[in-house]
Design a protein around this ligand. Structure first.
Ligand SMILES: Cc1cc2nc3c(=O)[nH]c(=O)nc-3n(C[C@H](O)[C@H](O)[C@H](O)COP(=O)(O)OP(=O)(O)OC[C@H]3O[C@@H](n4cnc5c(N)ncnc54)[C@H](O)[C@@H]3O)c2cc1C
Length: 276
């Protein structure tokens, strides 16, 4: 197998265009599993781990950019200003995996259980993608994720990073699994309060074909008293009603709906406490 190793983003995009048979690899924590199981047998790999531009992050004029090559270990360490994403990063697998696994790989794999995705959905993030022929474009996360393990990335494009408008209000991420570490989410939720304290954005993982936004619950909570028990109950009910879970070996659809109802209620109550 050929391994093509570019050392800049321009070079990587050129190789992506001229060698469409080369599968991109970043940390390899998803790809190598598929290779070992012979689900994938690419004739060439495009190794992105030496592309410095992908391994940076910055906050400028209120816009946060996180490069696709940022590992979860670095996100957990360096992006503590963004608790939902940092907490999600901390919840991924084990230290060894977190040292390799990247946010770009998590997005490209597009699992509904991908831990970084609920935080990015709650931030209303765009995925920054690029091609050597058509240049750079920003795709709203909801348009990037088109189904379970499916994205709208074009064959000659690479994920460059993710971008969102920084928010200063509280946000939190919770993941439910069968144990605390080394676990794929049975369900996860991320709630982010907006800058005016009028509303919240609630994203749900592992309870639908892609990570979902609970839009009806969000609309309901706008400008309401989040300390009112009736508001919390209805918020949880609406969030659970928006899920499209399946039964699988990690949990039943009924359990997942129940988990979302409880998590949504708790996260909204926590947000209200943070205001007081
Ligand atoms: C033991 C174990 C435990 C795990 N636990 C978790 C967990 O708790 N939570 C979780 O969310 N995930 C988990 N994962 C899955 C995996 O670690 C993550 O999805 C990780 O983020 C993948 O990133 P990577 O850099 O390793 O991707 P890779 O394996 O290198 O690539 C994954 C996919 O993304 C593509 N790709 C990578 N970078 C780019 C790019 N810049 N542009 C375009 N395509 C790209 C590759 O072609 C490939 O299709 C686990 C995996 C293992 C093996």
């Amino acid at each position: 197998m050929d391994v093509l190793t570019p050392y800049s983003l321009d070079e990587a995009l050129e190789v992506r265009f001229t060698h469409p048979e080369a599968t991109p690899v970043a940390g390899g924590t998803d790809l190598m599993v598929d290779l070992n199981a012979r689900r994938l047998q690419p004739t060439a790999l495009l190794d992105l781990s030496h592309v410095d531009e992908l391994g940076t992050w910055q906050k400028e004029s209120g816009t946060v950019f996180v490069g696709a090559g940022m590992t979860f270990a670095r996100i957990a360490r360096e992006l503590t200003e963004f608790p939902p994403l940092a907490d999600a990063a901390r919840s991924v697998a084990s230290p060894q995996i977190r040292n390799r696994a990247t946010i770009g790989g998590n997005l490209a794999t597009a699992s509904p259980a991908g831990d970084s995705i609920p935080a990015l959905a709650a931030y209303d993030a765009d995925v920054v993608v690029a091609s050597s022929k058509t240049g750079m474009r920003r795709v709203p996360l909801g348009e990037f994720l088109v189904g379970p393990k499916r994205t709208s990335l074009a064959p000659d494009e690479l994920i460059v990073g993710v971008e969102w408008q920084s928010v200063t209000r509280p946000g939190s991420f919770v993941k439910i699994g069968r144990r605390n570490a080394m676990v794929i989410a049975v369900a996860s939720a991320c709630l982010q309060v907006d800058d005016e304290w009028h509303g919240v954005r609630l994203a749900l993982g592992s309870v639908g074909p892609t990570v979902l936004r609970a839009r009806h619950a969000e609309e309901f909570a706008e400008d309401l008293d989040w300390s009112d028990p009736a508001t919390l109950v209805e918020f949880g009910r609406l969030a659970a009603a928006e899920t499209q879970p399946i039964d699988d070996r990690r949990g039943s659809a009924a359990y997942r709906r129940h988990v979302v109802e409880v998590l949504a209620r708790r996260l909204l109550a926590q947000a209200e406490k943070a205001r007081c």
